[in-house]
Design a protein around this ligand. Sequence first.
Ligand SMILES: *Cc1c(COP(=O)(O)O)cnc(C)c1O
Length: 305
Amino acid sequence: MLEPNPIINQILDHPLLEEKGVELSIKRLDWVHELVPGNKFFKLKYNLEKAIRENKNTLLTFGGAYSNHIHAVANAAHSLGINAIGIIRGEETFPLNPTLSDAKSKGMHLHYISRSLYREKTDDSFIQELHDLFGDFYLIPEGGTNLEAIKGTQEILKEEDQEFSYISLSIGTGGTFAGILQASQNHQKILGFSSLKGDFIKKEMEALIKTFSINPKGQFQIFTDYHFGGYAKYDQSLVEFIWWFFETFGIVLDPIYTGKMLFGIWDLIKKDYFPKGSKILAIHTGGIQGNKGFTFQTGIKLPSL
Ligand SMILES: *Cc1c(COP(=O)(O)O)cnc(C)c1O
């Protein structure tokens, strides 16, 4: 199996934090594994174990052309010596972007489908068609959120994290947030920053909580106003914040998830959302592979590794 590196909570030092009387630490999941970093390591962990236990020699999953999940599955399969198929939303374009070119170089078979067909990705009939095409495989849903993923993401929090009063993270499908909720303590408040536009994510999270019998012990709050116009949208202030964060703390953020979440945290600190004495743990869920893709697409340089 994939062996994780030890994960540290890096405490940040900055005059604003002193002035406001709050502590801010970053949980460096971006370091958990060189090839499968971030929350995707935890989301895949039990899926990979299950796939191997069931003697599957192919993983099949879905994603957009810049997907961290696609990248992670390609790398995980390559490391474990099994096959991977990526069902990619949209048409193939050349040259391949950095995400897909990495995935391909790791041996992932890329299969492109139209956006309309992509909407059927959870339909039984479509899955059957994929079996007719590709034979037997272990299916991982888009974004990787399923029971195994939520089991894995509960392992992100450790006993020593009980000292924190707030835990914050970015939300895509919400699978990681659900695991964190389940693993949190009743004195903790979990803050989720949606990477997508709209309030629907709150309903979706309620549904996830029900489906997976999550028992949130503490409180939680979902912020839906730090998406910068929507999924993968950005503006100059976000790009500047990511550069500032890198120059100030030496930590690389991505523009889709962690950059927006930390922009939100920093903004809330400025606006006195956190009472004096708060200890905040912001989870760096990785995603830095996407920075090359962002530059490829926009021409805007971002910090990278
Ligand atoms: C996939 C991803 C997320 C979203 O995780 P979900 O479990 O889908 O909410 C957050 N941050 C990064 C860097 C990701 O790659």
